[in-house]
Design a protein around this ligand. Sequence first.
Ligand SMILES: Nc1ncnc2c1ncn2[C@@H]1O[C@H](COP(=O)(O)OP(=O)(O)O)[C@@H](O)[C@H]1O
Ligand SMILES: [Mg+2]
Length: 231
Amino acid sequence: MLTVKDVSKEFRLGSAVAPVLKDVSLVLAEGEFCALTGPSGSGKTTLMNLIGLMDRPTKGDIAVDGRSTRLVTSDRLAALRNQVVGFVFQSFHLLPHLSALDNVGLPLLYRGVAVRERRQRAAAALDRVGLSERVGHRPCELSGGQRQRVAIARALITKPRLLLADEPTGNLDSQSADEIISLFLELNRSFGLTSLIVTHDASVAARCTRRIAMRDGRVLDDDLRVYREFV
Ligand SMILES: Nc1ncnc2c1ncn2[C@@H]1O[C@H](COP(=O)(O)OP(=O)(O)O)[C@@H](O)[C@H]1O
Ligand SMILES: [Mg+2]
């Protein structure tokens, strides 16, 4: 569903140029459940931002369903991102003063969906992640694992085809981490939700069906070396 083709990314800091990704190529097939591993600073988050269409490569191309994004406008890229990608972060990124229900409904607010439908769909998404009893709670009234479930429900509410999770279990104890990965696996199996999960945790990576390892801005190892024809 998504192809990264010879992608490099540089950041400019004054007159210095920092090459962060160097000729990265990979193919994510529909329905894959994939771990992205590597030491801190190896470029995982930078790659996730490119795959999630949050940022653009300095060189190379990201194609979604075989369609290049290199020449599309920023508006079109944002629209494609909203349509295709859901994000989950290590630190949850929930708004503290909003209930779980309103946090989950937020992406629909930005899309102009009316409050009634927003609440209905948010309640269904919270139910999907096992939090139907906690809809009225604010983040501070929830455990870390529950907060991450709220964030996952928020990511699901726009019905993404690709779920990108950047160290989603980094702030969780091992039992909650295990439960979150089980939830991702269940979503992957029941909706075929393609998932890419950045993790430092070997037990999390072990539960993924494919592991991509990065080092110094390059793909060091990839379980699946099937590179399809780039369209
Ligand atoms: N916006 C930016 N400007 C300058 N340098 C950046 C920026 N984002 C990331 N980097 C640098 O790129 C490298 C890789 O960062 P990152 O992708 O966050 O790695 P990881 O997620 O694997 O820890 C680091 O050296 C980081 O300092
Ligand atoms: Mg990172």
